[in-house]
Write a protein that binds this ligand. Sequence first.
Ligand SMILES: NC(=O)c1ccc[n+]([C@@H]2O[C@H](COP(=O)([O-])OP(=O)(O)OC[C@H]3O[C@@H](n4cnc5c(N)ncnc54)[C@H](O)[C@@H]3O)[C@@H](O)[C@H]2O)c1
Length: 434
Amino acid sequence: MTKPITKSLVDDLIARAGRREILFGTMGLGYVGLPLAVELAHAGYRVLGFDVNTGVVEGLNQGRSHVKDVTEAQLREAMGCGRFSATTDMSRLSEPDAISICVPTPLSKFKDPDVSYIVAATEAVKKQLRRGQAIVLESTTYPGTTREIMLPALESTGLKVGQDFFLAFSPERVDPGNPTYGTRNTPKVVGGITEDCRRVAVALYQPAIDTLVPVSTTEAAELVKLLENTFRSVNIGLVNEMAIVCDKLGVDVWEVIEAAATKPFGFMKFLPGPGLGGHCIPIDPHYLAWKMRGLNYKTRFIDLAGELNTEMPMFWVRKLVEALNSRAKAVRGASVLVLGVAYKRDIDDIRESPALDIIRLLEGQGARVTYFDPHVPRFREDGQEFRSVQLTPEVVAAADCVMIVTDHRAIDFKMVKQKAQLVVDTRNAIPREA
Ligand SMILES: NC(=O)c1ccc[n+]([C@@H]2O[C@H](COP(=O)([O-])OP(=O)(O)OC[C@H]3O[C@@H](n4cnc5c(N)ncnc54)[C@H](O)[C@@H]3O)[C@@H](O)[C@H]2O)c1
């Protein structure tokens, strides 16, 4: 008896997705959830965004975007036609037909996965779960989270997955600040707990995403994201080690990499730098390493890349000390101007940014540190408030050393080269500009 009813539920959701007669809920309206919500609204869905942060919700409902990749014009367009609004009222989670969960997945103090946000979001969904809803987790996490944490919680309501409700995992791949690839044109991987779960999730995303990539299980989908970010972490670790090797050999690492990249096959270009940052690459591989520790397997590549990348701020601070020394200057008392504190070019995100380690290390050695970042006017770290200086020729010339940490396009590196007494360039920004 249940089978035909289930089929009609599946077919009904798929048909309504085709007609955009779905109310989509997005939980967590940050770097990932907000661009997704706006793209779903743009595709013709009505979208109700949920967030626990009152300030975020109030700002959005007043048309203010706190995420750089979503312009206020895009937000207003979605709101103007009544297709997007936000709420903190979790009792409204019964309203959407589909809910995408995009909550944070940080690490605990001991670098273990902190899935407490996923647990809290699942509990909130569970309280309102009704027949016919599709739930998709998008947060990056270890393989097994959807089946081991979310499924039992949601089925404790008495509703059955694949029959009464649908559960899938679809990793978010957003690359903040990327002018070419956004939510719509980045292919999206989807794995369901059952085949119908996957079919429903694929159909729901189809109007908003150009290419969908179905995989057989939620575990496969969870692992896809971890493979992608581990691949980046390991390759960045490799070129960072190559930077240290080249430094010892007196060879220009960037010249070596650019020349290697002329090989039209079998080589992929990664660039060295001050270390990893952001909410993904420094964190995600630890989710996999933790899971594998529980299965008595040590993920050696992940651990080694983590070590190498974490040591890069120290490497660059050592370079700065040597550079000052070559001018008969001590780091203690020296004025150092750090250019860029965001973890990568043209964005305003300082989470896990290596600039924070560099500033802490320099201050620890007695340097007087100031910074300029056109995207980060101020920030707070360890209770200390930092404010960006203005980048003028006088400010550059006054510093004993300028350290380039983030190669934002808005920085006039030609002027920096002309005016600075000494430059330590972790990104090779000066030769590129010159
Ligand atoms: N930022 C990226 O570049 C990126 C890229 C791909 C994947 N991811 C992954 O996406 C997930 C979200 O990352 P983000 O960068 O958008 O985080 P974020 O911190 O920018 O946003 C998360 C939002 O979730 C809200 N939130 C927390 N708990 C909630 C709850 N119980 N219910 C509703 N809302 C809640 C927070 O208030 C916040 O606004 C993470 O798993 C991350 O690893 C991030």
